[in-house]
Design a protein around this ligand. Structure first.
Ligand code: SF4
Length: 211
């Protein structure tokens, strides 16, 4: 169904949900990509770190699912999304070509370091396919409770005009929001929670794993 993406391309996905209001402006499709080598202490999704974990889902299938939602946009997080730059670019190109959905990406890289990699796929994502990039690794000691950012070293960059005027109202405000969503056979904590909510959730999650 999609223009410009190969049927053989796939993304290694940690998780996905069709709707959340806890990962950016409006209602959003959330896509967590699998694989990250940073091992930040306090990482909220350590299960997303193994590079061979998650499951492979074709770009076409993901595009079809995202385009079928009423969501204002898609938020891509991880894991580290830019480790899968080529298939991610293919997915985002289809979304750009076939809808007006916005695109937000969380990355553990700082923006300057991403640009310095000189990877054409990454450059194209940053140049044409993302409206906002929130950059930088999670640093537990800098977790200041700001909205939609894990720690104060992270910056929300407006790469297009879409949210430029409101970006400071969305990110880094003294409030946090998270949701518990039910997805197939599991419950997910979605968003950037405060420390208390996260610790409570983790205790429930780990207890469930032992039982
Ligand atoms: S960059 Fe994100 S996903 Fe990777 S280890 Fe750090 S907090 Fe976890």
């Amino acid at each position: 169904m999609s223009k410009g993406c190969s049927v053989t391309q796939a993304l290694r996905v940690h998780n996905k949900i069709r709707s959340t209001k806890a990962l950016g402006p409006g209602e959003r499709y959330a896509l967590w990509l699998q694989g990250c080598s940073r091992n930040c202490p306090g990482c909220m999704t350590p299960e997303s770190q193994p590079l061979d974990g998650g499951r492979l889902i074709s770009v076409d299938e993901l595009a079809k699912e995202i385009l079928a939602t009423q969501a204002e946009g898609v938020t891509v997080s991880g894991g580290e999304p830019f480790l899968q730059a080529a298939p991610l670019l293919s997915l985002l190109k289809v979304i750009r070509q076939e809808s007006d959905k916005s695109v937000i990406i969380y990355t553990g890289y700082y923006l300057k370091d991403l640009i310095d990699l000189g990877n054409p796929d990454i450059d194209e994502i940053l140049g044409t396919a993302a409206d906002i990039v929130i950059d930088g690794p999670f640093v537990e000691a800098l977790n200041d409770g700001g909205s939609l950012k894990g720690s104060s070293n992270q910056t929300a960059h407006a790469l297009t005009e879409r949210y430029r005027d409101v970006i400071d109202e969305i990110y880094g405000q003294p409030r946090r929001r998270c949701e518990i969503r039910f997805n197939e056979n599991e419950a997910l904590l979605v968003g950037v929670p405060d420390s208390k909510s996260y610790d409570a959730w983790r205790a429930i999650f780990l207890k469930g794993k032992k039982e």
